[in-house]
Design a protein around this ligand. Structure first.
Ligand code: DGI
Ligand code: FE
Ligand code: FE
Length: 206
């Protein structure tokens, strides 16, 4: 993996200070979760976190233009959820502008960071959760879930218990997102619903 310090500087130049602060929070949380679950993936997850919202501040028109140029057609449920566009466009921009970091594992973690998906991998789940519980998030659901994740001392658990704990906390974050969107009258992307059903059905998802 190439130089993370240089990546951090390059990313800072491409987003607002607000988004960059969040990005650093996700990078720290992703590294913390990687230390618990997959230390060998720590650098990759830190890079994925630095890049995860690289297209978040583009307007809808610019996002749709990126998709069109890449020949990606959105499903109806995706099209009606503009807040998820940036997870689909970020991998395109990473391949174009940060090719040294564009591994399959990094691209898929970024691709699924907003919705999750049925069959999501451990590293995809870690970036998804790190985005939700990074230390800068003050939304009550996020604070509660951060406390819930760490209060039971995952570092002291057996690996099996620790993986089940991750699956439970990711499931709760998906449930909170679905509840929020539903309360706001917003459509929920099919991938989010599929991720939730999958986590409810799987005994040992990770
Ligand atoms: O980009 P961030 O704000 O850091 O976090 P994110 O990528 O998780 O995006 C959060 C936003 O995306 C939030 O406004 C809720 C929305 N969102 C997440 N999952 C779904 C969704 N919106 C729709 N319509 N459907 C989803 O499944
Ligand atoms: Fe995001
Ligand atoms: Fe984010």
């Amino acid at each position: 993996m190439s130089d993370l310090t240089a990546l951090q500087t390059a990313v800072a130049e491409r987003m607002s200070p607000y988004r960059f602060t969040h990005t650093l929070g996700v990078a720290d949380m992703a590294a913390r979760l990687a230390a618990l679950y997959c230390p060998d993936e720590g650098e990759m997850l830190r890079a994925a976190a630095l890049l995860h919202d690289i297209t978040k501040e583009l307007d809808d028109e610019a996002q749709l233009a990126l998709l069109q140029r890449a020949g990606i057609a959105l499903r109806a449920d995706e099209r009606s959820s503009p807040k998820i566009y940036h997870g689909i466009t970020a991998p395109l921009v990473i391949v174009r502008d940060f090719p040294d970091f564009a591994t399959d594992a990094l691209l898929s973690a970024v691709r699924w960071h907003t919705t999750g998906r049925a069959g999501m991998t451990l590293t995809e789940a870690i970036l998804y959760l790190a985005d939700y519980i990074e230390e800068g998030r003050t939304f009550p659901d996020c604070v509660a879930l951060r406390e819930r994740f760490f209060a039971v001392h995952p570092e002291k658990m057996t690996r099996t218990a620790r993986l089940l704990h991750l699956a439970e906390v990711v499931r709760i974050s998906l449930e909170m997102t679905v509840a929020d969107l539903t309360a706001a009258g917003a459509p929920v992307c099919a991938d989010t619903l599929a991720a939730l059903s999958w986590l409810k059905a799987e005994q040992n998802p990770f």
